[in-house]
Design a protein around this ligand. Structure first.
Ligand SMILES: *Cc1c(COP(=O)(O)O)cnc(C)c1O
Length: 358
């Protein structure tokens, strides 16, 4: 993919006091440290402008800013890696640009032309190059986000928006297989709601049930459908996959309640290319339990940018803890996890054309 060079006039103010020397790249907590700069742009009078890269820090907002009161806020997430040759690699960033616009549409927010998003992103990462570590398992987590800024307390779509990019150096998100609770009471998303948008409010609403689960030792929830709590949907920030009887199964997006993950789509495409049978369809909690019991279920994993593949070692379903097959025995997820990692870090050929080099 090529980027449209120079459609934006991005003003750059360098940070004269880099904090990079203070960062312990061996011990990174997800989302705690930030690089030296941030990118900002404002949507006013119907157009995006004032793209600027400035030293990372606080900024002022108006107390009546629309998004603080009525939640017009969305985000994206992707990771930048360093190749063995020292280039910065991004994985399918155009998908993030497109998804941001789908989220914006649902939340009645301003959309951003995809070339604009890509140019802002690549210009910013070029400035933060040094922050992309090439240590095994390390990357620079990139967080584009947008929120309504109009100073007005009426409930209506904001007239103005701010788009920003911040980045955070990260290590492995989940260091090992996780225990999850299948949630049968609370709901993440209902048909017709905002589940398909990366809307900030979705995550706020999920904190309470997630905390209930965490207090009992379950790291993440697996959500079920709002109407009957009968079908599996996805996990907190990950899509979910099962391998049953040699078939890869993931809930289909038709329900209109599942976030369309870039990792999810990549796994589906790789599975197809490798000739594994893959089914996007409804999968019930009952089917999962039945196949755990008859030992046909061989793998369960979450898929998302933060963790890539998060192996699930235990599922709590209706009061029972089901221990799943040993992680070492999981052929597909181990293979696809390694393949996607190698692709993202530029270690292997990229037959899909997914990697963008800066
Ligand atoms: C971001 C997210 C995912 C994963 O999407 P990726 O593009 O693969 O990172 C899955 N589910 C939810 C709810 C998410 O917010």
């Amino acid at each position: 993919m090529t980027t449209t060079a120079g459609i934006l006039d991005i003003a750059i103010t360098r940070n004269e006091h880099s904090k990079i020397g203070e960062i312990d790249f061996e011990n990174l907590t997800f989302g705690k440290n930030f690089s030296d700069h941030m990118l900002m742009a404002d949507f006013e009078n119907g157009r995006w402008g004032d793209f600027r890269i400035v030293p990372f820090g606080n900024f002022e907002i108006h107390p009546s800013m629309a998004s603080l009161h009525y939640g017009q806020a969305l985000f994206e997430g992707l990771k930048a890696y360093k190749s063995p040759e020292g280039e910065i690699l991004l994985f399918r960033p155009m998908e993030n640009a497109r998804r941001m616009n789908r989220s914006a549409e649902r939340l009645c927010m301003a959309q951003m032309p995809e070339e604009m998003f890509i140019e802002a992103l690549t210009t910013f990462l070029d400035i933060e190059r040094e922050w992309v570590s090439n240590k095994e398992g390390c990357s620079l987590y990139v967080r584009p986000f947008m929120f309504g800024t109009e100073p007005f307390l009426g409930v209506k779509p904001s007239d103005s928006y701010r788009f920003m990019i911040i980045t955070s150096p990260v290590g492995n998100y989940y260091d090992g297989a996780i225990k999850v609770k299948v949630e049968m009471e609370y709901t993440r998303a209902a048909k017709g709601g905002t589940g398909t948008a990366k809307a900030a409010g979705n995550y706020g609403a999920a904190l309470y049930p997630a905390k209930m689960g965490q207090d009992k030792g379950y790291r993440q929830l697996v959500w079920t459908d709002a109407a009957e709590h009968k079908y599996i949907e996805e996990s907190g920030t990950m899509n979910i996959f099962f391998v049953i009887d040699g078939k890869i199964i993931t809930p289909s997006l038709d329900s209109g309640t599942i976030l369309a993950g870039v990792t999810r789509d990549s796994i589906i495409q790789v599975a197809k290319a490798w000739g594994w049978p893959i089914e996007e369809r409804k999968i019930s909690v009952e089917e999962v339990v039945e196949n755990i019991n008859n030992k046909k279920l061989t793998e369960v994993f979450g898929a998302g940018t933060a963790a890539t593949i998060a192996q699930i070692q235990l599922m709590h379903i209706g009061g029972i803890d089901y221990t799943l097959p040993e992680v070492e025995t999981r052929e597909f997820s181990n293979k696809v996890g390694k393949y996607l990692s190698d692709l993202r870090t530029g270690k292997i050929d990229d037959p899909f054309g997914w990697v963008v080099r800066i």
